[in-house]
Design a protein around this ligand. Structure first.
Ligand code: AMP
Length: 285
């Protein structure tokens, strides 16, 4: 396995390869990321090249503290990539990625307005810009993203379609601990207690879904129900959002038809965690 922080070396390695799959990450790798690597390998086959990028992209953080405290486990990450059969790891510095006088960036105008975009000003513009740059550097035929970040996945798909990137986007399922907690690099910042209590997120999403389906609560009651469940945890601080949205256009829904997502971002010990569940049409049951 090779690794490089240099754009020109990455270009040299990838140029002329028939099948390249890219897995963009911010490092602190876990089994969730490795499942993306597996999907990438499946897409390109044994002869293709799997490229992982590890870059904590400053332009997608609107909170300096979150950026500065983002976990860094580079040595372990490289070992995991090697063991997973990755061919190349791209490890750019911010200086390598952003020229001091760079003045062109991307902006998404619709899907990024709500949910994580509502409180993370500029976040998805930073994501689009860095992903477009990575696509231009690596020129992959495939790129794999986790469905855990479903809004990011929807926006990347839209970017690829709107800007005609010749890349096939693969969405990979969310990998969870056996207790239901979605794996996330940010979990490393949680105390042991918070890590246990944060299992309430997924459990409460599922409970709220069951209540909704059985008619036990109305859509307007989902938020207080969810909040009451999480309030049982000492380390829970607040809800950023909890929304029932249409799975395609990510707009809030006011009746239970079509494919929906119940999505949340919540804070445990100042660490922002996101999760969601897919809700299949109740009307068709
Ligand atoms: P990150 O390093 O958090 O930016 O994530 C890099 C990629 O891994 C993104 O496409 C995420 O959606 C994906 N990812 C993060 N956590 C998980 C998980 N638990 N299961 C599957 N994919 C994940």
């Amino acid at each position: 396995m090779l690794n490089s922080s240099q754009i020109k070396e990455i270009r040299r390695f990838c140029a002329g390869e028939a099948e390249v799959a890219l897995v963009p990450t911010m490092g602190a790798l876990h089994r969730g990321h490795l499942s993306l690597v597996e999907a990438a390998r499946e897409a390109v086959g044994a002869k293709g090249k799997v490229v992982v990028s590890i870059f904590v992209n400053p332009t997608q953080f609107n909170n300096t503290e979150d950026y500065q405290h983002y976990p860094n486990t580079l040595e372990a990450d490289l070992k995991l990539c090697e063991e997973a059969g990755v061919d190349l790891v791209f490890l750019p510095t911010p200086e390598e990625m952003y020229a001091p006088k760079a003045s062109v960036s991307l902006r998404e105008h619709t899907l990024s307005r709500g949910l994580c975009g509502a409180t993370r000003e500029g976040h998805f513009d930073g994501v689009c810009t860095v992903v477009a740059k990575l696509f231009n550097i690596v020129q992959p035929q495939f790129a794999v993203f986790g469905r855990k970040d479903f809004q990011q996945l929807a926006i990347v798909r839209k970017m690829v379609s709107d800007l005609n990137f010749p890349v096939e986007i693969i969405g990979a399922p969310t990998v969870r601990e056996s207790n239901g907690l979605a794996l996330s690099s940010r979990n490393l910042r949680l105390s042991e207690t918070a890590r246990k209590e944060a299992t309430l997120i997924y459990a409460s999403l599922n409970l709220a879904n069951e209540k909704l389906r059985s008619g036990g609560i109305a859509i307007a009651e989902v938020y207080p129900y969810f909040e009451a469940q999480l309030s049982n945890a000492k380390t829970f601080s607040n809800i950023d959002y909890l929304e029932l949205i249409d799975a395609e256009n990510l707009q809030p829904v006011d009746d239970l038809t079509g494919r929906m997502i119940l999505a949340c971002a919540v804070f445990f010990e100042n660490v922002r965690l996101i999760d969601h569940i897919l809700i299949d049409p109740i009307a068709n049951e």
